[in-house]
Structure formats: C-alpha cells, structure tokens
Write a protein that binds this ligand. Structure first.
Ligand SMILES: NC(=O)c1ccc[n+]([C@@H]2O[C@H](COP(=O)([O-])OP(=O)(O)OC[C@H]3O[C@@H](n4cnc5c(N)ncnc54)[C@H](O)[C@@H]3O)[C@@H](O)[C@H]2O)c1
Ligand SMILES: [Zn+2]
Length: 366
C-alpha cells in the first residue's frame, strides 16, 4: 500500500484505496473476534453491503444491524435498539462492530460500541465522502439529543479505518459535494499546495478521489494527533463552522428541504473568509478565490436580512457570546488558520450580507 495513504492515527491505522480491501481481509484473518456485527442504514444496506461482502467474504455470515437513514436516526432511542440487538446477538467484549455507512453510522455505531459492556472494538468503513475525509477519522462519536446535534458522546478510537473510494459511485452528487466542502476546508486551513490541487482539479478529479481523500485525511490526522481532545489547536477544524452551524440550524428549522452540513459549511467558509479579510489580513485575492470556487460548485441559496438576524441569534446562543463578541477560527492566509479570534456581531451580519452579494462577484470587495 502506498505509504502516503496509510496513516497511524492516535492509536489506529487508516487505509485508503483499493488495496484496503486486502488489508481488511487479512485484518479479519488475524483477529480472533468472538462475533462480528455490521451496522448499516437502509441505503448502505442496499448499495454498499453487497460490494463489501463480495470483497470480504467473511462478511457474508455476520449479523447485520440496520437502521433508517438520515440525521433523524442518530438518536439515543436507536442506540437502545442497537444495544439490545447486540445483546440478543450474543455480543461480548471480544466482539467487533463494523460501521458501514456515512457519518451518521460511524458516529452512532462508534458510540454504541464504545459504551456497550464498557467498550467493544469497532471498525469504520465510511461510504460517503464526508465520512471518508472527516467523520470516520478523529475519534469523536456520539448522537443527537433533544434536537441538539452531537450532544451525547465521547472520544473513542476505532480499531482501524478502511476508506474505499469506490463506494462513492452510488453517492448522490449533493452528498458528494457536502463532503467536498470539508475537503476544501482541510486544504484552506492546512495546506496551500493542496488548495492549488483542488482549484486545478475541480469537482471531478481526473484520477479519481483517492489522492484527494488521502491528502485531506492527512491534514485532519495531523491536527487530531496534536490535540486529540480539542483543548486548542483542533479548533482550526472549526473554520467555516461557527457561521455554518448557525445557517444549518436555521435551515433545519425553516426549510422543507434543509441544507446539508457541507452546504452550510460552504456558506460559513465564505462568511468567515470575509471576516478573516477584515480582521486577520487574509489577502482579498484569496478571499475572492474561495468565494468564486464555492459559488462555481455549490448551488447555494441566498438568505434574507431577517434570516441573517435569526442566524446571528442562533450563533450567539450556540457560542455563548461574551461582550457582544463571538470567537471563531480565522485565516491570515490560505493554508493557515488561527483559533479563538474575537468577532463582533455586526461583522457577522456584514459577512452574511457579503455572502448574499457574492453571487454577483463583479465589483465585490472585502
Ligand atoms: N465525528 C466527527 O468528527 C464528525 C465530523 C463530521 C460530521 N459528522 C457527522 O456525520 C454526519 C453526516 O455524515 P454524512 O453526510 O455521511 O451523513 P449520512 O450518514 O446521513 O449519509 C448521507 C446519506 O447518504 C447515504 N449513503 C451513505 N453512503 C452511501 C453510498 N455509498 N451510496 C449512496 N448513498 C449513501 C446515507 O444513507 C444517507 O442517506 C452528521 O451526523 C455529522 O454530525 C461527524
Ligand atoms: Zn463539519
């Protein structure tokens, strides 16, 4: 396996690319698990499980745990069901749970495994781009509670992560783009050369996704290794997420067809790049580059002035703003991010207006 595509994370390896199938086969050959369980949702059961079974024959005879798809399924109630299914299936402390799905599956499956009998082994096989570059690596697991995302959870390491880009062939374009936003974020905060690669390749990489996923995971892993429990540096990964979360929550409350996480993060990155230009010296041409690229690839919707005010209220509530200011991660230039930067509420509103005006780039200035 190409060594640049294999990372030792906190305590677990991440394998990327088709060779990961062989590694997965030998992985199961070398461990003496008492029982193997696979967690899927209704889509990954239909679209991913048969490929996984074809490539890893051992999976043909394991117990499949299935839940409905989507964020609404990431609940404690579903964890209850899964813990019960594990018990009824005879899981013990030497069993393993394989999470075959997107971020909902790796978040919830990781949480279920990490808490069952004080923790059983779990392995992630992420099947969305978002899970491949973000959710399946980094060891944060958990579920939503009382309508608040990721309210219950913990840090827990998978035994290993196997990233097979071929799963992406069935992923709807909108979900592919949602993951692409996180990949762009990794480049913007951590590696200007990678950003240039993204700019030059666009959304349809001619050599497939493997290299881009490898570089993206590499940036996240470097940050996580340095600050596994988000005491400081790891907050660089929050670029685009302060305003992004506000926009996402607003959309979940008001839209019939709510934005996906990555779509909201794309808007958040435009806004926070604008604020970076105002407060941290992000060069205007880099701001324009980010805005232009996002608007070229994402079909984002404008926000009304009333919506902008409600988004600000959500951010204030979310971030417990001090003296009318919020802290966020900003950019002095593409490839570098700095955490805990204070930003006024007025500037957040200005940034949302900037976003709305960014659809017409002519004459746009920071
Ligand atoms: N733990 C972390 O560090 C972290 C980081 C980022 C996001 N997340 C979490 O990840 C979740 C979002 O992840 P997501 O976007 O993967 O969501 P998801 O798991 O809901 O997957 C999106 C949709 O794609 C479907 N799907 C999955 N794989 C497919 C495939 N190969 N072909 C066709 N359809 C497929 C799913 O069934 C679902 O309908 C959120 O809950 C978020 O909080 C966690
Ligand atoms: Zn995110």
């Amino acid at each position: 396996m190409n060594p640049s595509h294999q990372f030792e994370s906190r305590n677990y390896p991440v394998y990327i690319g088709p060779e990961a199938w062989d590694t997965l086969n030998s992985y199961f050959g070398s461990f003496n698990y008492s029982k193997v369980f696979v967690l899927v949702d209704e889509n990954t059961r239909k679209l991913c499980l048969s490929l996984a079974v074809r490539k890893v024959p051992l999976l043909a005879n394991v117990k499949v745990l299935s839940i409905k798809s989507g964020e609404q399924a990431k609940t404690v109630e579903n964890c209850n069901k899964l813990w019960r299914m594990l018990m009824q299936g005879g899981a013990d402390t030497r069993s393993v749970l394989i999470n075959l799905g997107g971020g909902v599956i790796s978040d919830m499956g990781g949480f279920v495994a990490a808490t069952f009998k004080r923790g059983i082994a779990f392995v992630n096989i992420p099947t969305t781009l978002l899970a491949q570059v973000d959710a399946s690596v980094g060891s944060k697991v958990g579920v939503d509670f009382d309508g608040i995302k990721n309210q219950i959870g913990l840090f827990a390491d998978p035994q290993a992560v196997f990233i097979l880009p071929e799963f992406l062939s069935t992923l709807p374009q909108r979900h592919l783009l949602s993951g692409y936003a996180e990949m762009m974020k990794h480049a913007i905060i951590g590696d200007s050369d990678f950003w240039s690669v993204i700019l030059s390749q666009g959304f349809e990489p001619k050599d497939g996704w493997e290299d881009l996923i490898g570089q993206s995971v590499g940036i996240k892993q470097k940050v996580v290794k340095f600050d596994p429990f988000e005491q400081g540096l790891r907050k660089v990964l929050n670029f685009g997420h302060t305003i992004g979360h506000g926009v996402e929550s607003y959309s979940l409350l008001h839209d019939i067809n709510p934005m996906l996480h990555g779509e909201a993060v794309a808007i958040g990155m435009i806004c926070e790049a604008f604020i970076s230009c105002k407060l941290c010296g992000l060069p205007e041409e880099e701001l324009i580059q980010i805005v232009e690229f996002i608007n070229m690839h994402f079909a984002l919707q404008p926000l009304s002035s009333e919506a902008a005010i409600e988004v600000l209220e959500i951010i204030k509530h979310d971030k417990k703003s001090e003296n009318g200011k919020c802290r966020m991660t900003l950019l002095p230039h593409i490839g570098k991010a700095i955490i805990n930067q204070e930003c006024t509420q007025d500037l957040i509103i200005d940034s949302l207006h900037f976003y709305v005006n960014s659809f017409d780039l002519v004459g746009l200035t920071c």
